[in-house]
Design a protein. Structure first.
Length: 266
């Protein structure tokens, strides 16, 4: 009887060690496809955006992306945003920062980033992913919500927002896809679910940013990652527009929105 118990214990230990090894191997299997860094303190949109004045926004930085990475983890495409200052002023998790990624997988698609971003996309997207706090949503090219089991893990202390999207056809395809990330503030309208990008006005208010315009032509995006200039014949050709030029290219009189360029995985 005693020997049986000991054998069983031994088997259990072996199983446990095996499971540990597997789980360690599993968590290490995420493959980094690409990553980009972004300057600190350029969360000023077209150059002079400011945060709303409510004390919840503190010293700002809630919409300052420091880095963005794309990983592949089994069938998941994973987006990792590092934000300068994730905050939890009401002990309900991060509700102030909102991130989006437009994913361009093929010809055609949605030429506008939705949810009040007020920006157009040079790489029209088949999917758009939006996340704030513990909520994430994916939309297709017709702005229909797609239930594909996307998840988000926000670490306020570490300043990271990690979004996982299981996409069946991801294997082999992702390296050709183009990605347009954008960061702003979230307005959940007090409802607690996933809201929209918070409006930026000409002058900041308690719950509205400043430095834009009052006619909703200006982007409600505080920070983007400016793609490197396109390579031609193996060398960098042309001069990349600065973030201020890109996000400041809206035109009130012509009703012209700004257009964001996509990031590519080399
Ligand atoms: Ca930044
Ligand atoms: Ca497309
Ligand atoms: Ca930037």
């Amino acid at each position: 009887m005693k020997r049986t118990t000991r054998t069983t214990m031994r088997w259990l230990m072996l199983l446990l060690v095996g499971a540990l090894v597997l789980s360690v191997a599993g968590s290490a299997s995420a493959e980094l496809l690409a990553s980009w860094t972004d300057p600190e303190g350029d969360d000023t949109g077209d150059g002079d955006y400011t945060y709303p004045t409510n004390e919840a926004f503190g010293d700002g930085g809630e919409a300052d992306v420091l880095s963005f990475a794309i990983e592949r983890d089994n069938g998941d495409l994973v987006f990792v945003f590092k934000i300068r200052n994730l905050v939890d002023p009401w002990d309900i998790g991060n509700r102030l920062t909102m991130v989006a990624v437009a994913i361009d997988t093929q010809e055609g698609g949605d030429g506008e980033l939705r949810r009040n971003a007020n920006v157009m996309l040079s790489a029209p997207s088949e999917y758009q992913v939006f996340a704030a706090g513990e909520t994430v949503e994916v939309m297709d090219a017709s702005s229909e919500k797609v239930d594909m089991g996307a998840t988000v893990v926000t670490d306020v202390e570490a300043g990271t927002i990690r979004i996982s999207i299981p996409i069946d056809e991801i294997d082999g395809a992702a390296s050709d896809w183009r990605f347009t990330p954008a960061v702003g503030l979230q307005d959940d309208y007090g409802a607690g679910g996933l809201g929209d990008f918070r409006d930026v006005k000409a002058r900041c208010e308690e719950w509205r940013g400043g430095g834009g315009d009052d006619l909703a032509i200006d982007p409600n995006i505080y920070d983007i990652i400016v793609p490197a200039p396109k390579k031609m014949f193996g060398i960098f050709g042309g001069k990349a527009r600065s973030q201020e030029e890109i996000l400041g290219a809206y035109d009130l009189e012509q009703g012209k929105y700004v257009t964001l360029d996509a990031l590519e995985i080399d």
